[in-house]
Design a protein around this ligand. Structure first.
Ligand code: SAH
Ligand code: SF4
Ligand code: F3S
Length: 440
């Protein structure tokens, strides 16, 4: 039998890319590839890229440059670029880096096997179309391999919101939701393979409107259907837009047993003037009232968010409004970024805040977030949480998992297996994780 060819995939960016990389590995599995963890012995290298900030996009080119030596040693090595940089820059990538054989945008992954064959025939392959067909249906996994206890499942892709700073509507296209029945099938399949927690993914996941039994299904309806899947224990979803937090979804947070008390709800800024310039279509006040309603439904919910500092024309007063909003919400986690002008987006053309000012604001914002995060983690000490164990820890007998609030929890002498859910009393809070003991 022929030696299997080896595939090395490096994934950048959001969870959507993580999910896509798994699908690409499965698709190329059909072409005789097995995954390898290093580029050194690979027959094909795929970079699944992110275009969200300039740094993320530039990383791709420096990484590609590093493969020069490998390709010289092994002329048969094929190098491909997938993901959002592929979509945004297309042909330009091959011009800038001639060693690239294949460029494939996120909507064309189901065409990867043909494209791979083309590169084997010595040709270059490029596809950045937005075809109509359901790529995930075509990419359906064949191997029924066992897998870890947590999985991502993409239910919706693309975005129609056009925030003034963001490339996603251009790289991922318009909002498209997958039909509910396909998602439920995929969820059942994951559960059969050992998955106990599913995170539903979408750039705008709460705008999900998929075809289902009896018509159009909302995300809440889909979550309720998943709640009935035996063996599935936990449901999460990310990322949501405040304007799509519908009443049924808020209610589900209070009533749906398997839906975890954690919500990532980016607001980006706390100044109404800036929110308007960002084209966010909500105000700080409407966001705060929304969180009140979510907390009324699920008082212990842990909130997380995304923030951009140094958006064009942001003044110190605008920035202060962001800090005020953070003070009011109290976030358990937050991701914060310096504004990065992206070609083709409206905000890139506007008056920019100086890098020094933006750096200073980012530091102040992160200090506040770190304090809040720490307070919330300290507040967990003495509480009992449910931990889904995901892997063994570094110390013998130690297990690491996640609480319902998505905190990482370490347990010594856990006497538990990967995939077990146990009651754990928190005894210690560290910077990035909690430590606990199993409650017998
Ligand atoms: N669809 C999600 C996530 C989009 S990208 C949402 O709407 O929330 C993830 C985060 O990257 C965004 O929430 C935003 O905070 C940040 N981001 C997007 N474009 C950016 C840019 N040009 N500069 C800096 N941060 C950006
Ligand atoms: Fe980007 Fe805004 Fe869409 Fe999120 S909602 S993906 S930030 S355009
Ligand atoms: Fe990046 Fe594309 Fe995700 S730009 S954040 S990989 S949708």
């Amino acid at each position: 039998m022929a030696e299997p060819k080896k595939l090395f995939i490096k994934t950048y960016g959001c969870q959507m890319n993580v999910y896509d990389s798994e699908r690409m590995a499965e698709a190329l599995g059909g072409q005789g590839y097995v995954e390898t963890t290093t580029p050194d012995d690979a027959d094909m290298i795929l970079l699944n890229t992110c275009h969200i900030r300039e740094k993320a996009a530039e990383k791709v080119y420096s990484e590609l440059g590093r493969f020069k030596g490998l390709k010289a040693e092994k002329p048969d090595l094929k190098i491909g670029v997938a993901g959002c940089v592929a979509q945004a820059e297309g042909q330009e990538i091959m011009r800038r880096q001639p060693l690239v054989d294949l460029v494939v945008g996120p909507q064309s992954y189901h065409r990867l096997p043909e494209m791979e064959a083309k590169t084997r025939a010595g040709e270059k392959a490029l596809d950045t179309d937005f075809p109509e067909e359901d790529k995930f249906e075509k990419l359906k996994s064949r191997p029924k391999a066992k897998r870890g206890p947590t999985a991502f499942l993409t239910v919706q892709e693309g975005c129609d919101k056009f925030c003034a700073f963001c490339v996603v509507p251009y790289t991922r296209g318009a909002e498209v939701s997958r039909p509910a029945a396909r998602i439920l099938d995929e969820a059942r399949d994951l559960v059969e393979r050992g998955v106990r927690e599913i995170t539903l993914l979408g750039q705008n996941v709460n705008a999900y409107h998929g075809a289902g039994d009896g018509g159009d299904w909302t995300l809440a309806r889909l979550i309720w259907a998943l709640n009935d899947v035996d063996g599935l224990e936990r449901i999460r979803f990310t990322t949501s837009h405040p304007n799509d937090m519908t009443d049924d979804l808020i209610a589900a947070h209070g009533e749906c047993e398997k839906l975890m008390p954690y919500l990532h709800l980016p607001v980006q800024a706390g100044s109404d003037r800036i929110l308007k310039r960002m084209n966010r279509a909500h105000t700080a006040e409407s966001y705060l009232r929304l969180i009140e309603r979510i907390r009324a439904a699920r008082p212990d919910i842990l909130m997380s968010g995304d923030f951009i500092v140094g958006f064009p024309e942001e003044t110190e007063e605008d920035f202060q409004a962001t800090l005020d909003l953070i003070e009011e919400v109290k976030y358990g986690y937050a991701y914060s970024f310096k504004y990065s002008p992206r070609p083709g987006t409206p905000a890139a053309e506007r008056a920019q805040v100086s890098p020094e000012e933006a750096d200073d604001r980012l530091q102040r914002l992160q200090a506040l977030i770190t304090r809040q995060q720490r307070e919330i983690q300290d507040g967990m000490i003495g509480r009992t949480v449910n931990v889904l164990f995901e892997r063994e820890g570094r110390i013998a007998g130690q297990m690491v998992g996640k609480s319902e609030y998505l905190h990482a929890v370490h347990v010594r002498d856990a006497q538990a297996n990967t995939g077990d859910i146990r009651r754990v009393r928190i005894v210690e809070a560290g910077t990035n994780s909690l430590a606990g003991e199993i409650v017998s």
